[in-house]
Design a protein around this ligand. Structure first.
Ligand SMILES: [Mg+2]
Length: 233
C-alpha cells in the first residue's frame, strides 16, 4: 500500500481531544442532555459542535430553537458548564513538544477537531505554542460538519496546500480520525491512548474487516520518532 519512500510527507494533522489534551470525563453534550429532558446527547452534539456560539445564552437559544424551550435550572446548568469548559482542557504531557518536533522537521501542521467554542478557548490556553505553530485549524463549529464526514479532512488538506498522500492524520479515535483519513488517501497514526474505548475497532482490524493504520503508538510522545518522518531530515 505504502510502497516506496515516505519522504513525500509534507503535513501532519492532529486531532485535539484525547490526542493533545484531556478534559472532563463527561462530554459537554452529555451534561446538557442531562439538564434538558427528552433530548438525546447525540442530538445536542449535532447542535453545539456545529454552531458558532459566543456565550451560554447562545447555547440556550440554539438548543431552544431546535428542541423547544428549556427551564431556568437547565439554563443555569448550561451557564455553569460554559464556564467550566472554558478552562477545562489540560495538555497531555509532551503533546506540545511532539507537535513542535514535527514542525522543526519541516512539516506543515494542521489541527482538526470536533469541538465547541468554550472548550476550544481552553485548548488555546492549554496549548498556546501548538496554536501558534499551526498552519491550518479546522474546527467543526466553524465548518458546520463533523468527523467522520470527509469534508473537514479535505478542507484541512486544502488549507495546508498538500495532497492526501502527502499528509498524515494523528488521532485517538479509529472511526473518526483514522478510518476517514485512510479513506481520503491520507496516512494515519493511531494514538491508542484509550484502548478500552476502541475495542471494536481493534477487533475489526485484527479480523481484516477494517484497514490498519499506517502506524500505532500508545502515547503522543512516541509520534516524532516514528520512521514515517525520518527521511525528511
Ligand atoms: Mg480525539
Amino acid at each position: 500500500m505504502t510502497s516506496g519512500r515516505m519522504s513525500e510527507i509534507k503535513a501532519a494533522i492532529f486531532d485535539i481531544g484525547a490526542t493533545l489534551v484531556t478534559g472532563p470525563p463527561v462530554a459537554p453534550n452529555k451534561v446538557i442532555a442531562g439538564l434538558v429532558s427528552g433530548v438525546a446527547a447525540a442530538d445536542i452534539a449535532s447542535v453545539i459542535m456545529t454552531t458558532q456560539l459566543t456565550c451560554a445564552d447562545g447555547v440556550c437559544r440554539a438548543i431552544e430553537s431546535r428542541f423547544g424551550s428549556i427551564d431556568q435550572d437547565a439554563k443555569a446548568g448550561i451557564s455553569q458548564l460554559w464556564q467550566s469548559q472554558s478552562s477545562a482542557a489540560m495538555e497531555i504531557t509532551g503533546a506540545t513538544e511532539a507537535v513542535l518536533a514535527l514542525k522543526r522537521n519541516g512539516l506543515r501542521i494542521g489541527l482538526l477537531s470536533d469541538i465547541w467554542n468554550p472548550y476550544y478557548d481552553s485548548v488555546t490556553k492549554a496549548l498556546p505554542r501548538v496554536i501558534e505553530a499551526a498552519d491550518a485549524i479546522t474546527l467543526s463549529y466553524e465548518t458546520g460538519s463533523r468527523k467522520p464526514n470527509p469534508n473537514n479532512f479535505i478542507s484541512a488538506l486544502d488549507d495546508l496546500g498538500v495532497k492526501p498522500s502527502e499528509a498524515v492524520m494523528i488521532g485517538d479515535t479509529y472511526s473518526h480520525d483514522i478510518l476517514p483519513a485512510l479513506e481520503v488517501g491520507m496516512k494515519a497514526v493511531w494514538v491508542l491512548a484509550r484502548p478500552g474505548r476502541e475495542v471494536e475497532s481493534i477487533i475489526d482490524i485484527l479480523n481484516g474487516n477494517a484497514p490498519a493504520p499506517t502506524a500505532t503508538v500508545n502515547n503522543i510522545v512516541d509520534v516524532p520518532s516514528l520512521h514515517l518522518w525520518t527521511s525528511k531530515s
